[in-house]
Design a protein. Sequence first.
Length: 239
Amino acid sequence: MHPLKPLALLGLLFATEVSAHGLWTEQRRGNIEVIYGHGAEDNAFKAQKISGAWAYDISGKMIPVTVQRLPDHARLQPLKPPAVMAVALDNGMWSQTADKKWINEGRSKVPGAIEATQTFKYSLAIYQPGAKLPKLDQIKLLILPEVDPLTVGPGKSLPVQVLLDGKPAAGVKLVGDYRSAPNTLSTETDANGRAQVLVRNEGLNVISAQVEVPVKDSVDVNSRGLFSSLTFLGEPHHE
C-alpha cells in the first residue's frame, strides 16, 4: 500500500491555477490535442511544460510521437494512429505568500512562503478495443482500467485501480465525468486502490483523480500535487 494521506490532504488542494486544472487529450480536426482546463474550460498553457508523450499500438509496442509545441497549447503527432496514448505535464514549483499570492518558484526563492508544491498532470487515453496496456511507470499517478473500457458501455461500471508511484493508493477520490462535472465525486478507492466508476457518456469520458503527497527534505516544496485522467469513448463512433 502506498503511504498517502488523501483524506486530510485533499482538503488542502489549492483552488488556484496551481492545481485546479486537469489534463486530458481530445481528438479535434483530426489531431490529438492536449487539453489543460477545469471542466468545460479549455485554457491556454505553455507547451514547453509537456514533459513527455508516449504512444503505443494495439500490442503495446511503442510508436514514435512528436510533441508539436504551439503558441498556446500542444498537439501530439504519433507516427501512426495509436491504440493507447499517454502524456505528462510538469507545471513547476509554486509557493504561496502570506497574502495568499502564488509565485511560480520554489520556496527557497520566495521569502516568507507559507506553502509550496510542485504539480504534475498526467493523462492516459485508450482509443482501440483490445489494446494491451504497456508498463506506464512514467505516469506517477495512474488510473488503470482493469477491463477494456471501450467494452463497458454507458450506465455500467468500469473497475479501475489507482497507482501512485507504481503502488496501489487507498482513499483516492475519483471524478467520473471531469469534463462535464469536475466537482462531482463518483467514488473512492479501497485499501487495494480499487474502485468501480460509472461510465457516464456515449462520447468522451474523462475520469480523474488528484492527490497531494508530502515531500520531505526539500528546500523548495513540502508536497507534490498530482492529477491524472483516463479517457475513452463510451460507445464506438458511427458515421
